[in-house]
Ligand binder design. Structure first.
Ligand code: AMP
Ligand code: GLY
Length: 457
C-alpha cells in the first residue's frame, strides 16, 4: 500500500534543539524513504546531528533557539518546509507561533498551548476541568497562610511544585526531598518570594500519589491522535532509584507495547486522557494542537492519575520510540504538522527497547565537564545518540549534562538490556550509568509494587 504524502518528498526539515532527543529525531528522519534534507538549529554543536546534516545535504547552525525572530530567520534561510521543535524552551517563547504565522508547518504547539507544560497551575486547572478523576487534590497558592492550611489538610503526603519551567528541579516530594511540613512551608516561602518576573508568584501544592510512573506520548494534528507505546523512565541518578532527580537516566519499552506492571485498562485510560487534553487545548485556543503531547502518568491503586503533561517528546523516552519507529518519520511529522495525520498509519517495531544514558561523574549536582570520552565500539550493539558533548578537533569532550545514550532493541526487555549495557559500558571516559535499568530484579520490584497497591499480592 502506498501512503506516501506527496508533500513529504524531498522535504527540507529544520530540527530545533541539539541534545540526544534531537539526535534521535535526526536519525529517524535520515532513515526516512522520503529522503529529507535535515538541518538543525542548536544552542551548541552536536557532532551526531552535524554528521546527519552533512550526509543529507542540510545545514547545522549554532544560535539562539529561544528567539522566535532568529528561528524564523534561520528557517527562511534554509528554505524549510517543516520545523520540528525538540525541547520546551522554544515552545515557551513562541517559536512555533512565529513559524506557523509565516506559513511553515511545525511539529510543536503554540506558546499558549505549551502552557500545559510550562505552567503547573494552568495544567492542573485544565485537568481538573477535563479529567477530574485523574487529578490529585491540589491548590494553587499565592500566600503562605493558604499554603500552611492546605499542607495541614494533606497530612504527610504532599508535593510542592514551582509554577514555571525548572528543568524538573522545582518539584519536591514529602518523604523524599521534604521531611516535614516545616520544610515544605519553607520551600513554599522560597517559591512565593522568588523574584521571577511574574506579577504574582504562585506555587502548586498537591497530594502525593503512590504508584508506578509511566509516559504515554501521542502525536497529533489536533484531530487524529496516534498513541505511541508506553515507556518507563528512571529519574533518579543511582541504581535502586536512589539519589537526586535527573532529566532521566534511561528507559525501556516492551515488545507487546505495554509495560509489565500495566493492565489494558490503564493504557486505555491514559490514551483517552491525552485525547481529551488535546481536544481541550484546541477548543480553548481556537486552533488545533499540533505536535506531541506527553502524558506523565502514575498507575495507582485505583486507575491512572496524571503527574504532569509535557508539550514535546520526552528525553530519554523519544530515544526508545524513535528507534522503534517503522513509519516514515518525515511523512509522519509533516502529516501531524499539516493536519493530515489521518492519512497514515503509525507503527512501531514489536520489539522491546532499553535506553541507558552515560553521564559525567558528579552528575547532576556537580558534573565533571570537559573530560575526553570515546565511543569505542558502542555502536555495534546499540544506536548511540549524543547529548551534551563538545567536539574539539577530533576529540569528544563531555559537557555538563547527560553525555550519550545507548538504545538497543531485543525480543525481550532482558535481551535489549544486555545489548544496551554492553554498548553503554563501551563508552569510555569519566562517566557512569545505571546498570539496573531494564534488569529483571528492577522489573520484578515494579510489578510487585503494583500488585501490592492493587491488592493482588
Ligand atoms: P513533574 O516535574 O511534575 O514531573 O515532577 C517530577 C517528579 O516528581 C515526577 O516524575 C514524580 O516522580 C514526582 N511527582 C510529581 N508530582 C507528584 C505527585 N502528585 N505525587 C507523587 N510524585 C509526584
Ligand atoms: N523524561 C522526562 C522528560 O522528558 O521530561
Amino acid at each position: 500500500m502506498s501512503t506516501k504524502h506527496p508533500d513529504a518528498r524531498n522535504l527540507r526539515v529544520l530540527i530545533i534543539g541539539s541534545g540526544a532527543r534531537e539526535h534521535a529525531i535526526a536519525a529517524a528522519l535520515q532513515r526516512s524513504p522520503s529522503a529529507p534534507m535535515v538541518s538543525c538549529l542548536g544552542s551548541s554543536g552536536n557532532p551526531g546531528i552535524m554528521d546527519i546534516s552533512l550526509q543529507t545535504g542540510g545545514d547545522y547552525i549554532i544560535g539562539s533557539i529561544t528567539s522566535p525572530k532568529e528561528v524564523l530567520a534561520i528557517a527562511r534561510e534554509t528554505g524549510i518546509g517543516l520545523a520540528v521543535i525538540g525541547p520546551e524552551a522554544p515552545l515557551e517563547t513562541g517559536a512555533a507561533d512565529r513559524l506557523r504565522t509565516a506559513g511553515i508547518p511545525v511539529l510543536g504547539p503554540d506558546k499558549a498551548q505549551a502552557r500545559i507544560e510550562t505552567s503547573k497551575s494552568y495544567a492542573r486547572n485544565l485537568m481538573q476541568r477535563v479529567i477530574p478523576e485523574a487529578c490529585p487534590a491540589y491548590q494553587v497558592v499565592t500566600d503562605i497562610d493558604a499554603a500552611a492550611a492546605f499542607l495541614a489538610e494533606l497530612g504527610d503526603n504532599f508535593v510542592v511544585k514551582a509554577d514555571g519551567l525548572t528543568g524538573g528541579k522545582g518539584v519536591k516530594v514529602s518523604g523524599d526531598h521534604l521531611n516535614s511540613r516545616q520544610e515544605a512551608l519553607a520551600y513554599c516561602r522560597e517559591l512565593l518570594e522568588a523574584k521571577n518576573g511574574l506579577e504574582k508568584n504562585t506555587c502548586v501544592i498537591e497530594e502525593r500519589l503512590d504508584g508506578e510512573e509511566f509516559s504515554l506520548m501521542t502525536i497529533t494534528d489536533g484531530r487524529t491522535c496516534r498513541h505511541m507505546p508506553p515507556v518507563q523512565d528512571h529519574k533518579r541518578v543511582f541504581n535502586g532509584d536512589l539519589g537526586p532527580n535527573t532529566g532521566g537516566m534511561g528507559s525501556y519499552t516492551d515488545a507487546d507495547h505495554s509495560l509489565p506492571f500495566l493492565g489494558k485498562e490503564d493504557l486505555l485510560q491514559a490514551g483517552r486522557m491525552n485525547e481529551l487534553i488535546i481536544e481541550a487545548l484546541g477548543a480553548e485556543h481556537g486552533h488545533p494542537y499540533r505536535g506531541i503531547l506527553y502524558g506523565g502518568f502514575m498507575a495507582c491503586a485505583q486507575g491512572v492519575k496524571v503527574i504532569e503533561f509535557n508539550a514535546r517528546f520526552g528525553d530519554p523516552e523519544a530515544l526508545n520510540l524513535l528507534t522503534l519507529l517503522e513509519t516514515d518519520a518525515a511523512e509522519l511529522f509533516f502529516s501531524a504538522a499539516s493536519g493530515t495525520l489521518d492519512r497514515i498509519p503509525v507503527t512501531f517495531a514489536r520489539k522491546a527497547s532499553v535506553c541507558k544514558y552515560a553521564v559525567p561523574e558528579g552528575y547532576p549536582e556537580s558534573a565533571v565537564r570537559g573530560t575526553e570520552i570515546e565511543l569505542g565500539n558502542a555502536a555495534e550493539t546499540a544506536s548511540i545518540y549524543l547529548g551534551s558533548v563538545d567536539l574539539r578537533g577530533t576529540r569528544l569532550l563531555a559537557g555538563g549534562s547527560r553525555t550519550a545514550a545507548a538504545t538497543a532493541l531485543g525480543e525481550s526487555i532482558e535481551e535489549a538490556e544486555r545489548a544496551a549495557e554492553t554498548a553503554v559500558s563501551a563508552i569510555s571516559g569519566q562517566l557512569f550509568h545505571r546498570t539496573d535499568i531494564g534488569t529483571l530484579p528492577l522489573l520484578e520490584k515494579r510489578i510487585a509494587h503494583m500488585r501490592r497497591l492493587r491488592g493482588e499480592a
